[in-house]
Design a protein. Structure first.
Length: 201
């Protein structure tokens, strides 16, 4: 997609379902666990909800606490509807609006030290202060993870350098995977996995 095409949808690129399934296949979750998942750029919620189903199964996925936000009006409306159907207990944790103005109590009101998973597929754009918008989102939402919480960070490979220092300060066991060949040719994206350090370097 062209730069103008990206801007027309708020610089948002939905994660393809094939990639969501591939990500889920790499993540092993305890079906008996109690999970809070943070997604500040959730779009219509398709990716993160699909990830929950593929990693936990439909029944257990319904018990996930999803803290999600979307700023674009049409997508946020669909996000709320999709989440109500998939997670009827989720309450008011899904927000229509700017993620940077959202306060979920850093997810600690419900989950003592933060979320267990941060699904982060931020807008792909330059930023005058942080170089890249992806880096701005990473800095803001890394603190929402509990120690040893899992980061799933989806971004263009060209934007990875801007977040390299932040990733090394906040996370350990970092590994990156390219999108499958067909999707990579179109989007040039990678998925970065890492676990939150107990303390930031």
């Amino acid at each position: 997609m062209s730069r103008l095409g990206a801007l027309s949808i708020g610089c948002f690129y939905a994660c393809p379902e094939q990639v969501v399934r591939s990500i889920a296949a790499l993540v092993k979750l305890d079906p008996k666990g109690d999970y809070a998942i943070v997604d500040p750029c959730a779009g219509e919620g398709d990716a993160v909800l699909s990830f929950c189903e593929h990693t936990l199964g439909v029944a257990k996925a319904q018990a996930v606490n999803l803290y999600a936000a979307e700023s674009e009006a049409k997508r946020s409306h669909k996000l709320v509807l999709n989440t109500r159907l998939a997670l009827p207990h989720n309450g008011d944790k899904v927000i229509r609006g700017n993620a940077f103005r959202v306060d979920w109590g850093e997810t600690k009101a419900t989950h003592k030290s933060g979320g267990q998973i941060l699904w982060l597929n931020p807008p792909y754009a330059e930023d005058p202060v942080y170089v890249r918008m992806e880096e701005r989102f990473l800095l803001r939402f890394a603190p929402t993870l509990c120690p040893a919480g899992l980061l799933i960070f989806i971004l263009p490979v060209s934007a990875l350098r801007a977040s390299a220092a932040t990733l090394s300060r906040h996370f350990v066991s970092l590994v990156a995977f390219r999108f499958p060949a067909e999707e990579y040719a179109t989007y040039g994206q990678v998925v970065v996995f890492g676990y939150k350090r107990p303390t930031t370097l």
